[in-house]
Write a protein that binds this ligand. Structure first.
Ligand code: M6R
Length: 613
């Protein structure tokens, strides 16, 4: 996950920014960089690899001055190289930027800027930001106004920090959507900016959290917060505790809520360096998937437990649909007792946040014993499921602390989609245009997640309406059927309300008998290929007096007219729609449990990692 630190004040920014970046290093990075204002010019040091390489570089070739900004990067556009590392300077060398997020319209913007004669020095989308700022500065605007116009031009979810040698008295920063936080730390005659509180905690406890669509002009004296439209904002100053655990929670009450909100960032990092948007290609180097292997695979068994298994169910849809390869989903605790038919052309693909779940590991061992190729999609770096696999995809979500898994559900959905596209290409079952279209759709994922998160106030109202129910039914069809299972699992594990996830088409074969006005029915009804079918399920539930909560596409008046509560989610390519539909269900479970005053992060009887059979 990218980290950002900025400093403005009388002291040398170099050690302050480097120390701040160090505090964020546990997330792991592929490149890092620093820019400071030194004798009226911007001096930059940046390198591929871990932060220590940057620290060595600065040791060999020191820079000092203030203000200063720094960044640790997970590559999204362009390989993790020194050239692509942040900060990025504009053509004049007078403006510099660091950034979290994906500029969704960067190809269009780059073409426009190139047509104006701008030269790009990196393969990153970030560079468009600094060139756009320079474009507006050249029209006579000052840095704040040029930055504002730039923020309005770029699409997607972002955290952005920039400074100019010509206006050394300020740093301008912004949060657009939910691509991770932008925190302004307030000191005495000096101020700080960071993506995460721990980066600046040693300097100040007084912080302002920028909301989405806000920017701040930070000077030595203070911070002026405004909406992107230029309206002043009376930002609340929060006092944060020195307790590192509380600090890690930042503006959130629980880790689960924080992790739900981190999904824009984790999804951005999931695409990091793996998606070549220009050529419409996927790179998953750690999977060790050769064309020869891709062609000889006859079957994939996906094995996992709990939430990870529901991600695997979505994966079955994706791999079968895109790569035309048969997939079986088998939960870890059953796999080895079933004597599955496996040979050396079978892949056993395990999905696990912890990489230490005993049942999942046992399933992998069974696969190994029978000669299968072993793959894993894992979050915990260096865990057993990663170590014993022949190839793996690492989830890039950062640590997940809440027992209820959230960001480690959406990341593998995208991993599985990327895997399906890569398999399809290597097996020659997809034409180039289809592949390019599928890859291009990935660009919108972080912003779609950001917009799904914006439904939180609506979801919270629904949570108040449902907080006292005893039972709840979740219905979905097709690719959103596993999301019904996942929504129900989230609710039961943290709110202790009995919940069932069900394939909507099966309702008439039994569960419909349960529906009355005391049984809320949560229906997943986005505009996907199963939409019409879901409409008739909603009608059936309504006809039995059920209270219907519908997760439906924004502006869907048909569903809006039928449901008792509607949670509108953005329209998404259907194969990526589970990423969007699950987010309100995570928030629904979270808010119901929080309203009920329960221990959201450590629910009774559950452990984060189940290392026994
Ligand atoms: O670490 P893993 O992903 O292997 O864990 C699997 C399940 O134990 C886990 O997903 C569990 O179901 C979560 N508590 C769900 O929120």
């Amino acid at each position: 996950m990218c980290g950002i630190v900025g400093y403005i004040g009388p002291r040398d920014a170099t050690p302050i920014v480097l120390n701040g970046l160090k505090r964020l290093e546990y997330r792991g990075y592929d490149s890092a960089g620093l820019a400071v204002l030194q004798n009226g010019s911007i001096a930059v040091r940046r390198d591929a690899g871990k932060l220590d390489r940057l620290i060595d570089l600065v040791g060999q070739s020191p820079i000092s001055g203030a203000p200063g900004i720094g960044h640790t990067r997970w590559a999204t556009h362009g390989a993790p190289s020194a050239r692509n590392a942040h900060p990025h300077l504009g053509s004049t060398g007078r403006v510099v930027v660091v950034h979290n997020g994906i500029v969704e319209n960067f190809l269009e913007l780059r073409d426009e800027l190139t047509a104006e004669g701008v030269n790009f020095n990196s393969e990153t989308d970030t560079e468009t930001i600094v060139h756009l700022v320079e474009h507006y500065l050249a029209t006579g605007l000052n840095l704040t106004e040029a930055a504002r116009k730039t923020f309005l031009d770029i699409q997607g979810a972002h955290g952005i920090v920039l400074m100019s040698a010509d206006e050394p008295d300020k740093i301008v920063c912004a949060r657009l959507g939910n691509a991770g936080g932008v925190v302004v730390g307030l000191g005495e005659g000096e101020n700080y900016i960071a993506s995460d509180i721990p980066a600046i905690l040693e300097h100040t406890r007084q912080v302002i959290f920028l909301e989405s669509h806000q920017m701040a002009v930070v000077t030595r004296e203070g911070a002026r917060v405004e909406s992107l439209e230029g309206k002043p904002v009376q930002a609340e100053v929060h006092s944060v505790s020195w307790d590192p655990v509380a600090a890690e929670k930042g503006e959130f009450r629980h880790f689960m809520q924080k992790e739900i909100h981190e999904q824009v960032r984790s999804l951005t990092d999931t695409l990091a360096g793996r998606v070549d948007f220009e050529n419409g290609r996927i790179r998953l180097p750690e999977l060790n998937l050769s064309p020869e292997l891709a062609q000889r695979i006859t079957k994939i068994f996906i094995t996992a437990c709990g939430t990870a298994a529901y991600a695997g169910m979505v994966g079955k849809y994706l791999i079968e649909k895109i790569a035309r390869l048969p997939v079986e989903l088998e939960i870890g605790s059953e796999f080895r007792y079933r004597d599955p038919i496996i040979d050396e052309n079978t892949v056993v693909l395990a999905i696990s946040q912890s990489g230490e779940t005993a049942d999942t590991l046992a399933a992998m061992e069974e696969g190994r014993r029978k000669g299968a190729v072993l793959w894993s999609i894992v979050n915990a770096i260096g865990s057993q499921a990663m170590r014993i696999a022949d190839g793996y995809i690492s989830m890039q979500t950062g640590p997940e602390i809440g027992v209820a898994s959230t960001k480690a559900f959406t990341a593998p959905l995208v991993d599985l989609y990327m895997l399906a596209v890569l398999l399809a290409e290597l097996r020659g079952v997809i034409d180039e245009q289809t592949r390019r279209n599928l890859v291009a759709d990935l660009r919108f994922v972080p912003d779609l997640a950001s917009r799904a998160l914006n439904t939180e106030p609506i979801v919270e109202k629904v949570a108040w309406a449902l907080k006292d129910v005893r039972d709840c039914l979740y219905l979905g069809r097709g690719i959103n059927m596993p999301i019904a299972y996942e929504g129900a699992l989230k609710l039961k594990e943290i709110s202790y309300i009995h919940a069932e996830g069900y394939p909507a088409g099966e309702m008439k074969h039994g569960p419909i008998a349960l529906i009355d006005r005391d049984m809320p029915v949560v229906c997943l009804a986005p505009r996907d290929p199963w939409y019409e079918k879901m409409i008739s399920q909603i009608q059936q539930a309504k006809a039995r007096g059920g209270t219907v909560v519908a997760v439906a596409t924004e502006g869907d008046e048909l569903v809006g007219g039928m449901a008792d509560h509607i949670i509108p989610v953005p329209e998404a390519p259907w194969m990526l729609s589970p990423v969007v539909t699950v987010i309100p269900l995570q928030m629904l479970a979270y808010h119901i449990a929080a309203i009920r005053g329960l221990d959201v992060d450590q629910p009774r009887n559950l452990a984060k990692s189940v290392t026994v059979e």
